[in-house]
Ligand binder design. Structure first.
Ligand code: AHR
Length: 505
């Protein structure tokens, strides 16, 4: 029997829950924008063409920030193409995804959508085919009050008030050979530093994200971070990490333990950033923006339009159809992000709609939740207050990819204003349940509010447009109050959330 013990104390905290951890990503890619969030003529479309059924699901998902407009797309994007009267905007070839970009949706539409969705924008500037001048122009258009040519253009385009965008990505995946305008680390580091300096002349309080590695298996991983930070340490605030997971050769145990890779990746980049800081004798700490993460079956759904389709508009690309196992992994990745909330202060699940996404749409039809929607929505809603520094003692299991790992992974949050405690747990064993006890110090457990689990049955079950609630969390009746905490049983390969009320002890 696998067992685990989780010891929590409400006085031992990692950090306040960074609400920006529950970010998402909208790229001009496939059907994320067109027939995703934006579909004029759709029965639910509002006066701006925004699908209200999608907006409702975005709110239910609990997304706090949305990164835009890419991704690989941004590296050859001209932001000015997407402003002004729609019928005068140019159609352009999108070199990243071999698609035709109509530019019917651009910055002003995005900012209108951001307000409707009640999320914070993260704006990416093109440092692939463009540079400092265009990034500063974009900043001026977006954030300057009035009286300059670009600010007045925004006002003429209907936005009297500046957008006040605080978080900016300085390019995207500039280490990747697939990126239009990819650079070496010193080249990119200098460009990022120069662009950041220029942007700060406009507003010193911007929060600027430099590109880290595209994933931890990049040949330049580690030296890239070191070299970029050596150039740009004083000028930027965060460094980005990207990671996508999928089962390799059907290796389910390793896939279920994907958060192990995320943990190690975050720890490695933190160590590298701190070593650059130490060499500079800097007291500043660089934070991490994990601004692309998810499960992605990279070879399953097409990432380029099917042959014969030449530069199509919004073709269906990267439309992964997620299983229960994928939802368990997504829940585990969120646990890893929360555990590192002293250093990971922003994160974006990639992406929001249709493209490797928790929300799917039918053009002209309905919108529905994929399996991965559920752990995200529950975590975003109930991870409140502070992340607790959990002491974990778990049975272990061996994986081909990560060696011996804890069977049970978990994290907990506690909100001192409400007394609500949430515990998020994953059982990574594919075939055995786990008996877990959670011991709580610093507060008294007054009751179990809710305990739900997804997994433990058909790991391949998926939701569809016709069966949108087929695979969703169900009540876990095993949770019981032990007087000093709770005890519960986690089915094999499952993600669980338990919510408790506490009173002062
Ligand atoms: O999210 C899909 C793509 O993955 C993004 O465009 C790119 O940044 C990453 O490689």
């Amino acid at each position: 029997m696998n067992t685990a013990r989780l010891i929590l104390d409400t006085r031992r905290r990692v950090a306040p829950v960074p609400r920006r951890l529950f970010g998402s990503f909208v790229e001009h890619l496939g059907r994320c924008v067109y027939t995703g969030i934006y579909e004029p003529g759709h029965p639910t479309a509002d006066q701006h063409g925004f699908r209200r059924d999608v907006l409702a699901l975005v709110r239910e998902l609990g997304v706090t920030t949305v990164r835009y407009p890419g991704g690989n797309f941004v590296s050859s994007y001209r932001w000015e193409d997407g402003i002004g009267p729609v019928d005068q905007r140019p159609a352009r070839l999108d070199l990243a995804w071999h698609s035709l970009e109509t530019n019917a949706f651009g910055l002003d539409e995005f900012m209108r959508w951001v307000r409707a969705a009640d999320v914070e924008p993260i704006m990416a500037a093109n440092l692939g085919t463009r540079g400092t001048a265009e990034a500063v122009d974009l900043l001026e258009y977006a954030n300057h009050r009035a009286g300059s040519q670009l600010a007045d253009r925004r006002r003429a385009n209907g936005a009297a008030d500046p957008y006040g965008i605080r978080l900016w990505c300085l390019g995207n995946e500039m280490d990747g050979p697939w990126q239009v305008g990819a650079r070496t680390a010193p080249e990119y580091g200098r460009l990022a530093a120069q662009t950041a300096k220029a942007m700060r002349r406009f507003d010193p309080d911007l929060e600027l994200i430099a590109c880290g590695s595209s994933h931890s298996s990049m040949p330049t991983f580690g030296t890239w971070e070191r070299d970029v930070l050596t150039e740009a340490y004083d000028d930027i605030d965060l460094i980005s990490l990207h990671a996508y997971y999928q089962p390799v050769d059907g290796d389910l145990p390793s896939f279920l333990a994907s958060a192990e890779d995320m943990d190690r990746y975050i720890d490695a980049v933190t160590a590298i950033a701190d070593s650059v800081g130490a060499i500079r004798r800097s007291t500043k700490k660089i934070m991490i923006a994990f601004d692309e993460w998810n499960v992605w079956y990279q070879s399953a759904a097409p990432s380029t339009p099917p042959s014969g389709e030449d530069w199509p508009v919004a073709p269906p690309l990267l439309e992964d159809h997620y299983s229960v196992a994928d939802a368990v992994v997504v829940g585990g990745l969120l646990i890893s992000l929360l555990r590192h909330s002293d250093r990971v202060t922003a994160a974006c699940q990639a992406q929001l709609v249709n493209v490797i996404a928790p929300i799917m749409t039918e053009p002209g039809g309905g919108a529905w939740r994929q399996t991965i929607f559920h752990p995200f929505a529950r975590t975003a809603r109930h991870a409140r207050g502070a992340v607790l520094d959990a002491l974990r003692d778990s049975s272990t299991t061996s994986t081909d990819r990560y060696g011996e790992v804890d069977v049970v992974d978990a994290v907990s949050t506690w909100d001192d204003s409400t007394g609500e405690m949430s515990v998020f747990l994953v059982n990574r064993s594919a075939d055995a349940p786990a008996e877990v006890t959670v011991e709580v110090g610093g507060a008294r457990v007054a009751g179990i509010v809710e305990c739900v689990t997804i997994g433990g049955g058909d790991l391949d079950a998926r939701n569809t447009a016709d069966g949108p609630d087929h695979a969703a969390p169900r009540p876990n009746g095993s949770a019981r109050d032990t007087g000093t905490g709770i005890a519960l049983t986690l089915p094999p390969a499952s993600w669980t959330m338990a919510r408790l009320t506490t009173t002062s002890s």
